[in-house]
Design a protein around this ligand. Structure first.
Ligand code: PGA
Length: 246
């Protein structure tokens, strides 16, 4: 089964628009049940998006890896769980870049969120184009997964390979090389913790036009979609493609 995650980032600006988008995604998810569909809206819309979905799953774009307390502005693990969130995106390049998140901080979130039973979507990726990004990406993974072992509900780990230069630029990676990196990630996780069956998604300027070239490769288990997830009809076609290739 292929996974399609809608990462709305800091969009849209009204609850009305969020509900409309969620309704449309739910409709496409229910018509295409061979695809696993996740919506990751801004925190502020989680409860309302939840009312609109039954087939699509609820995801969060980030989490503070703690159960609560005096942490102004933080959304914690228990709050997300009690809101019905099943998936948590961790370490997105925009969190690393604009909010100064380090591998060490991300590692704490990963460990806490796995222990809490979330499915986590750990994002890694190289800033500039590289002929072989695997070493860079695998180093990030080693740091982000420090101390995590096969006992730590590793089946709940999903890795998203997102070359930063491809995010929001309209300039997606070459599917063949994305598949190659994806394979290297699986091998690396296998070496690190003896588990080879994790899902690896591709992210970076995925559209209805290019999705098939990525997910038709069996090394790529789905896509993390930003911009195109805000366009209901385009995202519908992305879900449909994932269903057909699932
Ligand atoms: P994009 O974003 O699809 O707009 O390139 C992907 C992401 O950042 O997850």
């Amino acid at each position: 089964m292929k996974t399609v995650i809608a990462n709305w980032k800091s969009n849209p600006n009204s609850l009305r628009e969020a509900a409309r988008l969620a309704k449309s995604i739910e409709k496409h998810a229910s018509l295409n049940r061979k695809a696993e569909v996740v919506i990751a809206p801004p925190f502020i819309y989680l409860s309302d998006v939840k009312k609109e979905v039954s087939t699509a799953k609820l995801g969060a774009q980030d989490v503070f890896g703690n159960e609560g307390g005096a942490y102004t502005g933080a959304i914690n693990l228990a709050q997300l769980k009690n809101t019905g969130v099943k998936y948590v995106i961790i370490g997105h390049s925009e969190r690393r870049r604009y909010f100064g998140e380090t591998d060490e901080f991300i590692n704490k979130k990963v460990t806490a969120a796995l222990a809490y039973g979330f499915k986590i979507v750990l994002c890694v990726g190289n800033k500039e184009k590289m002929s072989d990004p695997s070493n860079f990406v695998n180093k990030q993974l080693t740091a982000d997964l420090k101390g995590v072992s096969s006992k730590d509900k590793i089946r709940n780990l999903i890795v998203a390979y997102e070359p930063i230069w491809a995010i929001g630029t309209g300039n997606a990676d070459n599917p063949q090389s994305a598949a190659e990196v994806s394979l290297r990630i699986k091998e690396h996780i296998n070496k690190l913790m003896g588990v080879g069956k994790i899902k690896v998604l591709y992210g970076g300027s995925v559209t209805d036009k290019n999705i098939r070239s990525f997910i038709s490769r069996n090394k790529i288990d789905g896509v993390l979609v930003g911009g195109a997830s805000l366009n209901p009809s385009m995202f519908g076609r992305i879900i449909k493609a994932a269903n057909e290739l699932g």
